[in-house]
Design a protein around this ligand. Sequence first.
Ligand SMILES: Cc1ncc(COP(=O)(O)O)c(C=O)c1O
Length: 365
Amino acid sequence: MGVPLMNIQAQYAPLRAELDAAIGGVLDSGRFILGPNVSGLEDEVGARLGRPAVGVANGTDALVIGLQALGAGPGDEVITTAYTFYATAEAIARVGATPVFCEIDPVTYCLDPEAAAAAVTDKTVGLLPVHIFGHPADLPALRALADSKGLWMIEDAAQAFGATIGGQEIGTSGDLATISFFPTKNFPGIGDGGMVVCAHDDLAEKVRRLRFHGSKDKVVFEEVGYNSRLDDLQAAAIRVFFPHLDDWNAARRQAAAWYAESGLGEHMVLPGVGADCEHIYHLFMARHPERDAIRAALSEQQISAAVYYGIPMHLQPVFAHLGYSEGSLPVTEECAASGLALPMHPNLTREETETVTAAVATALA
Ligand SMILES: Cc1ncc(COP(=O)(O)O)c(C=O)c1O
């Protein structure tokens, strides 16, 4: 019996009747664009985080629109990490600004605040930390840095809804935070979807305008915006999932604990947890210099494992003009070369974690 990397169908199966009813409700209502489920979801997420939230078409647009709302553009530098999905850096470049890739913390894989501080120049306008793989970035240190230098901060929260640092939920420290409802995310939808969480109503108003062609009313157009709205069908499904998110995150944490108990740490470097942080293990990223051999051996036993961000952003061809080279970010490059995502999802069983650990041990014997 193999072990899949993720298992979306198992996660959704108990909710199938509720999903069918929610989708049927949208069909019956005929309100597909910015209907009651979008505003309902915005209210629910907003109430949880204590901030206004605006639904958009996907997590990439959330970043692009968020950056534009904060005024980022040509000539501006935005400090971020290279160990992330391309969308983070792409969004910065999309608005004409320059991503400045800084080193990560080797335990949490998130932006290192000291490296970020060292990278601030007179062109820096903001910080864009990523809560990568479900681990919160060091928000207290990064917020303090932003405040001391007069910068804004956007949290890329695509992979970590529900994670906490110092008891505070991620998504509540930045000027903005962006969410992705991509179906394999820990806070999923059943297609593309995203959200921008805003520190105050003025910013939320701007984001709302930008997602709708730069207009409040489709009559007067104030700026060049986007057609980037969260679908009501998506929002209806996400509202079915939202009440289960904390249980799903807890199940991921339990699976991570089972990996540790099964002795996986004797063979691979387990994902670390920073002080006072609650990880939600969107992905379970363990490390080993021979990760490709481990992956191949697991695959022979139908155990799925995957490499994420194996070419970090500073070494991607699209950013060659920025002048980074191999060795520019050694910690990032080491993680990118050794990281292997092992099966992780809310339905993973203790037996499956033991199966994976045994297979890793055999692969390295
Ligand atoms: C860290 C990160 N940022 C942004 C995105 C973009 O989200 P989306 O795929 O919804 O556009 C993703 C996910 O794909 C992501 O993992």
